[in-house]
Design a protein around this ligand. Structure first.
Ligand SMILES: *[C@@H]1O[C@H](CO)[C@@H](O)[C@H](O)[C@H]1NC(C)=O
Ligand SMILES: *[C@@H]1O[C@H](CO)[C@@H](O)[C@H](O)[C@H]1NC(C)=O
Ligand SMILES: *[C@@H]1O[C@H](CO)[C@@H](O)[C@H](O)[C@H]1NC(C)=O
Ligand SMILES: *[C@@H]1O[C@H](CO)[C@@H](O)[C@H](O)[C@H]1NC(C)=O
Length: 182
């Protein structure tokens, strides 16, 4: 299963590279992100104390994120999906993936002014409704994983896990489309 999904993403990404500019356009309206993988059927993304988590229903202490369409394309600015909710509030936080030098694999949120060198916010590219990341080599890739947390049905979102074989991690793709049963 996993091999198949990675293979099709690789196929997608080389196609995306060949297709050029068109594939890079980010969604033109506000959108949410959903994780899809084996036994992970399109779980929405939440902000939890600066970390990105996905879950079937709102975890205690987390806020669903809505992203704004970006004029410049490559970064993703998030705000609470429910503007009247005050728990775990945040504003204008950018999604980041850990850099290739980072010892962390946790995906999270950072503010524009405080992002560290280990927090990459400006390499996101779209292929249709699939979120990919442009590597230093110029290739587009998707190395998203989820990992169970201590809270039931809540997974943390990870990037470029290299010790995935211990079975804790599930390879996922991140898409801007909600599951049809949502
Ligand atoms: C809840 O969020 C607060 C503030 O964001 C954080 O300090 C705390 O550790 C979180 N608690 C849990 C259980 O995640
Ligand atoms: C938004 O948050 C408020 C306050 O917590 C809550 O009453 C309301 O039901 C929420 N709306 C949605 C659509 O989740
Ligand atoms: C993934 O992690 C490996 C080992 O830490 C690193 O060499 C590689 O550059 C990383 N790839 C990406 C795309 O971050
Ligand atoms: C972050 O900084 C860049 C460059 O200064 C700017 O173009 C972008 O609009 C900023 N994003 C936010 C969310 O402020």
């Amino acid at each position: 299963m996993r091999a198949v999904s990675i293979f099709s993403l690789l196929a997608l990404s080389s196609f995306a590279a060949a297709a050029g500019v068109e594939s890079r356009s980010s969604p033109s309206e506000s959108y949410s992100l959903y994780a899809y993988g084996e036994d992970v059927g399109g779980l929405p993304l939440y902000y939890s104390d600066g970390n990105a988590v996905v879950s079937k229903k709102a975890p205690a202490n987390a806020t669903e994120v809505t992203f704004s369409p970006s004029s410049s394309g490559d970064s993703m600015v998030g705000n609470p999906a429910n503007s009247t909710s005050t728990k775990n509030s945040f504003s204008d936080q950018e999604l980041f993936i850990p850099s290739s030098d980072s010892s962390s694999t946790q995906v999270g949120f950072t503010s524009n002014s405080t992002a560290t060198d280990d927090e990459v916010t400006n390499k996101f590219v779209w292929y249709g409704n699939f979120l990919l990341v442009e590597e230093d080599s110029g290739e587009y890739t998707s190395l998203f994983y989820v990992k169970k947390t201590s809270q039931e049905d809540v997974y943390s979102l990870q990037w470029n896990v290299t010790d995935e074989d211990d079975g804790e991690f599930i390879s996922v793709s991140m898409r801007s489309i909600a599951p049809s049963n949502a």
